[in-house]
Ligand binder design. Structure first.
Ligand SMILES: *Cc1c(COP(=O)(O)O)cnc(C)c1O
Length: 402
């Protein structure tokens, strides 16, 4: 079967909740992927940063295969020998005390919200059912009902109500708005350090630090959704490190699974995550030995291959290089580490046509919102490979200049 045949089958039998580029991938290795017609592409999206270690990393695949021969699922009714080791290694790597494992990012965000509410009632003394969580405009935290309840994107919400109460929305990158929104019933401030899905929005320097200080002053938990920005993507292990502080709660996912198995987690202190008692929260697959074995190796790869440092170095290099492109279509080039956005002017005809043209020359990118092209290659990428990508990007901007 060829590309168009697979697309026809997918369109007939699969729900249409995505609008993918028309490339049908059948094989991948490192930063490269191949389609069913034998064409080769550089993956410049990394499955929204879930493939930071590169596709089918030999060490991660080896860990996965080896775990398959031992045990894959116990549920938390029993214990297994992988989950405790992952929990310990994650805490040692990040400086947190405790971990709660889930599967998807959205589930981990939900878990962080539940954590903050329970903490709010038990530790802060918020009256029952009055807890508030503050989130930001243009956020992206996942797709569950509770999470879309505080989305401001009509596309994510339309026809999905009624929504969950207990959330307040303030503008992103606005310190005063947070100060004003906090009440005695505020349990947490939930924020993406850099808003990736919203179009790679980097707040003013000092914003994150200042909001953290306001949270501290008001006994409000600062929850960082580092699902996309965490584990090295922005050139630090966590994006909040760019401003030199540790959130009370950090949510991770995506590349924790090394690009091959879903796993997410909530990281925090004993005081905060300690609010959970047996039976109050859980997940059948959460902390399963297969996911944990994969995640342990995924973390080792980040450390051993110095992916955090590489993201910082290559990101600096590539952002600078992108800014040399002279095109009437480009409004802004911004980013941190290897989380990069090229914002187009409204007259440019949308980012989608640029992504399609890039695909045709062997570079897989995806638009985020209408006007932004996201560049987020695996963190293993080298300078020469970025140069290869750059030549194609430049070529496409030249081609679409008129
Ligand atoms: C991807 C993402 C999520 C949701 O993760 P899923 O695994 O798709 O549920 C939440 N927050 C951020 C910042 C993300 O990038």
């Amino acid at each position: 079967m060829h590309t168009k045949n697979y697309i026809a089958v997918e369109d007939k039998y699969g729900a249409h909740n995505y609008h993918p580029l028309d490339v049908v991938i059948t094989k991948a290795k490192g930063i490269w992927v191949w389609d069913v017609d034998g064409r080769k592409y550089l993956d410049f999206l990394s499955a929204y940063s879930a493939v930071n270690q590169g596709h089918c990393h030999p060490r991660i695949i080896k860990a996965l295969k080896s775990q398959l021969d031992h045990v894959t699922l116990t549920s938390r009714a029993f214990r297994n020998d992988q989950w405790p080791m992952l929990a310990k290694e994650l805490c040692q790597m990040t400086g947190y005390d405790m971990v709660l494992p889930m599967n998807s990012g959205a589930e981990a965000v939900e878990t962080a919200i539940k954590t903050s509410r329970k903490w709010g009632y038990q530790k802060k003394g918020i009256p029952q059912d009055q807890a508030e969580v503050i989130a930001c405009e243009n956020n992206f935290h996942g797709r569950t009902i509770a999470v879309i309840s505080f989305s401001t994107e009509p596309l994510y919400r339309r026809d999905f109500g009624p929504f969950a109460p207990g959330f307040k929305i303030i503008p992103f990158n606005d310190v005063e708005a947070l100060e004003k929104a906090i009440t005695p019933n505020t349990a947490a401030f939930l924020v993406e350090p850099y808003q990736a899905e919203a179009g790679i929005l980097i707040p003013a320097e000092g914003y994150l630090k200042r909001t953290k200080e306001i949270c501290e002053k008001n006994n409000v938990l600062f929850i960082a959704d580092e699902i996309q920005t965490g584990l090295g993507r922005t050139g630090k292990l966590f994006a909040c490190e760019h401003e030199g502080f540790k959130p009370d709660v950090a949510v991770i996912g995506k590349s924790l699974g090394g690009g091959c198995y879903p796993i997410s987690a909530v990281l925090s202190t004993n005081e905060i995550l300690g609010v959970f008692k047996p039976g109050e929260h859980g997940s059948t697959f959460g902390g399963n030995p297969l996911a944990c074995a994969v995640a342990r190796e995924a973390l080792c790869v980040i450390k051993d291959e110095k992916l955090v440092q590489n993201a910082a170095k290559q990101g600096r290099y590539f952002i600078k290089k992108l800014r040399t492109i002279k095109s009437k279509h480009i409004k802004d080039v911004r980013g941190k580490g290897l989380l990069i956005g090229v914002e187009l002017k409204p007259e440019a005809g949308g980012a989608r046509r640029f992504c399609e043209a890039l695909k045709d020359v062997g570079l897989l990118c995806k638009e985020t919102h209408e006007q932004v092209i996201r560049f987020a290659p695996p963190l293993i990428i080298k300078k020469e490979e970025l140069d290869w990508a750059f030549d194609r990007i430049k070529e496409v901007f030249n081609k679409l200049e008129n």
